[in-house]
Design a protein around this ligand. Structure first.
Ligand code: HEM
Length: 127
C-alpha cells in the first residue's frame, strides 16, 4: 500500500500543538527572544506550514511563500552555535510537553539537529 508519511504519523493537530509549545519556549528564552518578533503568531503559522512539507505533507509553505531557502531566510538573524543549541532545547522540551516519543521523535529530532546546525551563520560571541 501507500507508504505512511511522517506527516500522517504525527498529524496536523499534534504538529500544531508542537509548534505552539515550541514558540511558547522561544518567547521566554533569553538567547532567542531578542532575535524573534514580539508577536510570534505569524512565525508559528509559517513554521506549521513549513514542518507540514518538511514531514512529507502537502507543500503549503511553498504554495504561499515560494521555495523555503531556509538558510537564506535566516541570514538577517545572527544564528550562533549557542542559539542553535537553544533552539533545539526548546524543541526537545516541546516534544516532551506534547508527549512525542519513540522512533518518530528520534528521527524527527535528529533531522532538526542537522537543519539547525546548517542555519548557523555566526560564531558565538566572546562575551
Ligand atoms: C524563521 C531563528 C532554526 C525554520 C526564523 C526567524 C528567526 C529564526 C529569528 C524569523 C522569525 C520571523 O521573522 O517571523 C532561528 C534560529 C534557529 C532556527 C535561532 C537555530 C538554529 C530553524 C530550523 C528550522 C527553521 C531548524 C526548520 C526546521 C524557520 C521557518 C521560518 C523561520 C520556516 C519562517 C521563514 C519565513 O519567514 O517564511 N527563524 N531559526 N528555523 N525559521 Fe528559524
Amino acid at each position: 500500500g501507500k507508504p505512511i508519511l511522517p506527516y500522517d504519523e504525527i498529524g496536523a493537530e499534534r504538529l500544531s500543538q508542537l509548534v505552539d509549545a515550541f514558540y511558547a519556549r522561544v518567547a521566554m528564552h533569553p538567547k532567542l527572544k531578542p532575535i524573534f518578533p514580539d508577536d510570534l503568531t505569524e512565525t508559528a503559522r509559517k513554521q506549521k506550514q513549513f514542518m507540514t512539507q518538511y514531514l512529507g505533507g502537502p507543500n503549503i509553505y511553498s504554495e504561499e511563500h515560494g521555495h523555503p531557502r531556509l538558510k537564506a531566510r535566516h541570514n538577517p538573524f545572527p544564528i550562533t552555535p549557542e542559539r542553535a543549541q537553544a533552539w533545539l532545547e526548546c524543541m526537545n522540551e516541546a516534544m516532551d510537553e506534547i508527549g512525542l516519543t519513540g522512533k518518530f521523535r528520534e528521527t524527527f529530532y535528529n533531522r532538526l539537529v542537522l537543519t539547525a546546525h546548517h542555519m548557523v551563520n555566526e560564531p558565538d560571541s566572546e562575551e
